[in-house]
Design a protein around this ligand. Structure first.
Ligand SMILES: [Zn+2]
Length: 332
């Protein structure tokens, strides 16, 4: 083929790839969800299966989901998973409590040989951050930091439209920045006083237990239920006007703000995006005021904290968008 014809073929190939959807898969501890994605949007009904036990069964489940979308022409498959992931090789290099035995899995290699499609594997919070930073109004920003508040805390840092991965793929593990010094709370990672031990769902429940110590049933019905407290029972009591529950929720906001203040001074972001199951319970005005109050004026001036625009779909969208952008050489 002549050079001119080769260039033309490349252009056509790129054009075709840019219009093909990719399949995004969000692999969680309890369920695996998948949908086809194009232009940072889900374009098909999503499918889901319960997360099977064990590495081999999980991989079989992922292949089963890919096969359900075989009627569509797919540019590839993006998989968002818990754990630290080598973005080049697609190996899970950091373990996760939600998926026992998952560390060491060569997920990209196995899935490419089973599906014969290009596969990209990404940490779930990174994938969510990548998708959130691409929504309208954020694409042109210098720095967008997405924080996932759920059972734990995850993060995705996008600089000038590209995911910041750090030296060993572990950038954005914001749940483990240290926000206290008294060795009071043990984090799931084995260290003390990580942000996650305070600002996550688990942290909120521990805060409730601490504040309810010595409190009588007459002050709050939560006092007699400390062994069965859930995040939802705390937020429900707070919404019902329970003053003690409101104090617990306010303290949780303070804890969430501490991590954001630290990140703000390191990264000076244009915007924080808050996603994850607990994000719907955030009072964004209160949180923004708390953060700005503890920031240097120049840092605080630019602080904007937004609720996720993509909700629970961000992981699926981000994982799929990685595949499309890699094929188009946009994320190198
Ligand atoms: Zn930790």
């Amino acid at each position: 083929m002549s050079r001119a014809k080769g260039v033309e073929a490349n252009k056509i190939d790129t054009l075709a790839k840019s219009h093909m959807p990719a399949l995004g898969i969000d692999l969680g501890g309890t369920k695996i969800r998948a949908a086809a994605v194009r232009d940072n949007q889900i374009i098909t009904e999503s499918q889901q299966i319960p997360t099977p036990d064990g590495r081999d069964n999980i991989i079989d489940g992922l292949v089963e989901l890919v096969n359900k979308f075989r009627t569509d022409v797919l540019a590839g498959v993006g998989i968002a998973t818990a754990g630290i992931v080598n973005g080049d090789t697609g190996e899970i290099i950091g373990s996760t409590g939600n998926l026992p035995g998952w560390s060491g899995t060569q997920l990209k290699t196995v899935m490419e040989s089973r599906t014969l499609l290009p596969v990209h594997v990404e940490n779930d919070a990174n994938a969510a951050g990548y998708a959130e930073a691409r929504v309208t109004g954020l694409r042109s920003k210098r720095c967008v930091v997405t924080v996932t508040l759920g059972t734990g805390i995850g993060g995705g840092i996008v600089l000038h439209g590209r995911l910041f991965r750090g030296s060993n793929w572990a950038a954005g593990e914001v749940g483990h920045i240290k926000i206290a010094m008294e060795n009071k709370r043990l984090c799931t990672c084995g260290l003390f006083d990580c942000w996650e031990a305070y600002g996550s769902g688990r942290g909120l429940i521990q805060t409730a237990k601490d504040l309810l110590e010595g409190v009588s049933d007459e002050q709050t019905p939560l006092a007699s239920r400390t062994t069965e407290l859930t995040t939802h029972s705390i937020f429900a009591a707070s919404a019902d006007g329970d003053l003690m529950a409101q104090k617990i929720v306010e303290r949780w906001h303070e804890h969430v703000s501490h991590g954001l203040v630290n990140l703000a001074h390191v990264l000076n972001p244009d915007c924080f995006v808050i996603t994850g199951g607990l994000s719907e319970f955030i009072d964004f005005r209160l949180l923004e005021d708390m953060v700005i109050d503890h920031c240097l004026p120049t840092v605080g001036d630019s602080i904007e904290i937004r609720q996720s625009a993509l909700g629970g779909q961000a992981g699926i969208i981000g994982a799929a968008q990685f595949v499309i952008d890699e094929l188009l050489h946009l994320n190198k």
